[in-house]
Design a protein around this ligand. Structure first.
Ligand code: SF4
Ligand code: SF4
Length: 280
């Protein structure tokens, strides 16, 4: 039981237009009851629910997130989006577990448009479970600042996770048991431990601008004649800058298990051309 019997969680449901939303609608029309603190957002498909939606929900104070889609093989799209939701939620639970958050705070269910009573049952069961668990963070023994920092750290790594686990996240297997085996705890731990950090060595960068032109997310602070700097908050760890920096410079370093050194102050970024340095 939660220490606070009066605890009313904040819960978000992200549900697909074609099935689960229909079920929620039928639930309302049929006057089946469930707690009013569960707020619903409609999306066209459960496959639209991105990992970052879940982390954003927790970062903005939700105690639990529900994802609802059509039953397996009933998705209205081709390829079927609920398979994507399945692998996303399976992976997300592992990530939550890794940072000490109870994975039960994320729940994925399939509800058809004719299952109003099932929708009410799931909402009541999930809310009871979360009321018993208690508030996010404090129930897990994680203080507010630490919780925010852990969630933000995972949220920053999402683009890297998606690249590294692209194949698994796109699994479309009719056998539901395949999803449970998709991501092992050890694999997830290794993935996080080995997340690379790319860093431009200011002593080597010659401001040729190649990396900045090729970076897919404009994460490189670039100016003519200035040492280039990677904005670590924007970087999605794709490694392109590492690959395209000309071999005669080799200015981009791939670091594993350590943060990038602090960037040079702006007024110290003027590139000293190699030739000039030698003649000076
Ligand atoms: S690793 Fe990719 S995203 Fe990050 S700075 Fe380099 S090119 Fe940009
Ligand atoms: S490609 Fe290499 S040398 Fe050119 S700007 Fe980027 S880091 Fe500097």
């Amino acid at each position: 039981m939660s220490a606070d019997a009066t605890f009313k969680p904040k819960m978000l449901g992200i549900i697909c237009n074609w099935c689960c939303y229909g079920g929620a609608d039928l639930c309302g029309v049929s006057r089946f009851q469930y707690p009013t603190y569960i707020r619903l957002i409609r999306v066209m498909c459960s496959g639209r629910v991105d990992l970052k939606f879940i982390f954003r929900a927790f970062l903005t104070g939700q105690d639990a997130v529900f994802v609802g889609g059509c039953h397996i093989n009933d998705c209205h799209y081709n390829p079927e989006g609920n398979y994507d939701a399945y692998s996303m939620a399976t992976f997300c639970k592992k990530l939550l577990e890794h940072i000490g958050i109870n994975p039960k705070r994320l729940r994925l269910e399939w509800v058809s448009a004719g299952e109003g009573i099932r929708f009410a049952h799931i909402m009541n069961d999930f809310s009871r479970e979360i009321e018993e668990l208690g508030p996010l963070g404090s129930s897990e023994g994680i203080d507010r600042d630490e919780l925010k920092s852990r969630l933000e750290q995972m949220a920053r790594l999402i683009p890297y996770f998606k690249l590294a686990k692209m194949k698994e996240l796109a699994l479309h297997d009719h056998d539901e048991t395949a999803y449970a085996k998709l991501f092992t705890t050890e694999e997830v731990e290794r993935l996080i431990r080995e997340a690379p950090t790319y860093y431009i060595d200011p002593g080597k960068c010659q401001a040729c601008m190649t990396c900045a032109r090729k970076c897919p997310v404009d994460a490189i602070i670039s100016a003519k004649g200035q040492v280039h700097v990677i904005d670590q908050d924007k970087c999605i760890k794709c490694g392109t800058c590492f690959e395209v920096c000309p071999s005669k410079f080799r200015a981009v370093t791939k670091l594993v298990g350590q943060p990038a050194p602090p960037p040079l102050p702006v007024d110290q970024r003027t590139v000293i051309r190699k030739g000039r340095e030698q003649t000076a």
